[in-house]
Design a protein around this ligand. Structure first.
Ligand code: ATP
Ligand code: MG
Length: 326
């Protein structure tokens, strides 16, 4: 079966790293059909819309989307795109690579972040000059959907269960519902879990990241804690992510448009190429996914390196090195 893949490079280095990932996928000759869509600041300047309807429809109808980055219009692009794929979980691996300077080189974590509710789906109000409020939303159904994904994610793998990070001792209703629901789904599926308060997690993961593996979190906690882990493995430039929905998914690097280096051809394509490996795994091409990940890892270990990693290679040089290793 051939797959249709939406390609939405966006702005800045999204325009450089996204084609690099497409080149890597094309080199595998899997018969994918790539369909390009426009989004971001440039198209907004032209048309007044950061995310044209055609691009939204493309992401909502293809099997998978490769997204790059968007500049000032990011919120108007990525939030609707996540909605287009009905993404209920954001998968963010944070892994240190041999040969790359990391604060904690032993870090190897995967965050499964709830992607639809919490404070980001909440409602803010300004009641008076003195008082503003925020309502957060947590549902049993969204917590269940995330928990079922987490159970599938770990079962039959080397991961033995997962950790639930929350703050249910203070937010008893909302994080309490989240924690209880995730735990009970895991129990029903015979998956082991442990739990940790999210503030304690922040300390423990810095001191000893090896005590954690797969971490399931509510939306805001997942956002903050996975960025913290990004710091432990050497910054944003190497981190991929996947927004998974019931029928389709969107893959993007964690980094943004990097306006300081955009247009120079020197962006590190690693995060985007690893995101493409996650796409392969999502579509069931496990062997190819492993091969791409290994090719990126050995390129990171042995070079060539782009300037962010202390080298002087271009995006194209690194991409070619990855394809040669494949
Ligand atoms: P945005 O507002 O789009 O997020 P930003 O200024 O926050 O843009 P990021 O893309 O988030 O920039 O990255 C922060 C810095 O990290 C960049 O300025 C850049 O120097 C570096 N960086 C990020 N990604 C890469 C990459 N793929 N290759 C090289 N350097 C990168
Ligand atoms: Mg940024």
């Amino acid at each position: 079966m051939t797959h249709e893949i939406a390609v939405i490079p966006g702005d800045g280095i999204g325009q450089e790293v996204t084609p690099a990932a497409v080149d890597v996928l094309e080199s595998l000759e899997l018969g994918f059909e790539f369909v390009e869509g426009e989004a971001g600041d440039a198209v907004r300047e032209e048309t007044g819309e950061a995310l044209p309807q055609e691009t939204y429809d493309l992401a909502a109808s293809t099997d998978a989307t490769l997204f790059g980055a968007a500049g000032d219009s990011a919120a108007d692009v990525i939030l609707p795109l996540r909605e287009a794929v009905d993404s209920f979980v954001n998968v963010r691996p944070a892994k240190a690579y041999p040969g790359i300077d990391a604060v904690r080189p032993e870090t190897d974590l995967v965050f499964l972040r709830e992607n639809t509710e919490g404070v980001y789906a909440g409602h803010e109000d300004r009641l008076s000059e003195d008082v503003s409020t925020l309502t957060r939303v947590v549902t049993e159904s969204a917590s269940e959907r995330l928990a079922e994904f987490a159970c599938d994610y770990v079962s039959g793998t080397e991961h033995d269960g997962f950790t639930i990070a929350h703050k249910a001792n203070v937010m008893r209703e909302t994080d309490g519902l989240f924690r209880d629901t995730v735990k009970s789904v895991a129990e029903d599926n015979g998956i082991e879990t442990d739990e940790v308060l999210m503030d304690a997690f922040a300390t423990h993961v810095c001191l000893d990241p090896e005590q954690f593996d797969v971490v399931v979190c509510p939306n805001l906690a997942g956002d903050v804690l996975s960025d913290l882990a990004a710091g432990l493995v050497g910054g944003l430039g190497l981190l991929p992510s996947a927004n998974i929905g019931p029928d389709r998914a969107l893959f993007e690097p964690v980094h943004g448009t990097a306006p300081d280096i955009a247009g120079d051809g020197l962006a590190n394509p690693a995060a985007k190429i690893i995101s493409a490996a996650m796409l392969l795994e999502y579509l069931g091409y496990d062997e190819e996914a492993d091969a791409v990940t290994e090719a990126v890892e050995s390129t990171l270990a042995e070079g060539p390196h782009t300037p962010d990693l202390g080298g002087d290679a271009s995006t194209e040089d690194v991409t070619e090195a990855v394809i040669d290793r494949l």
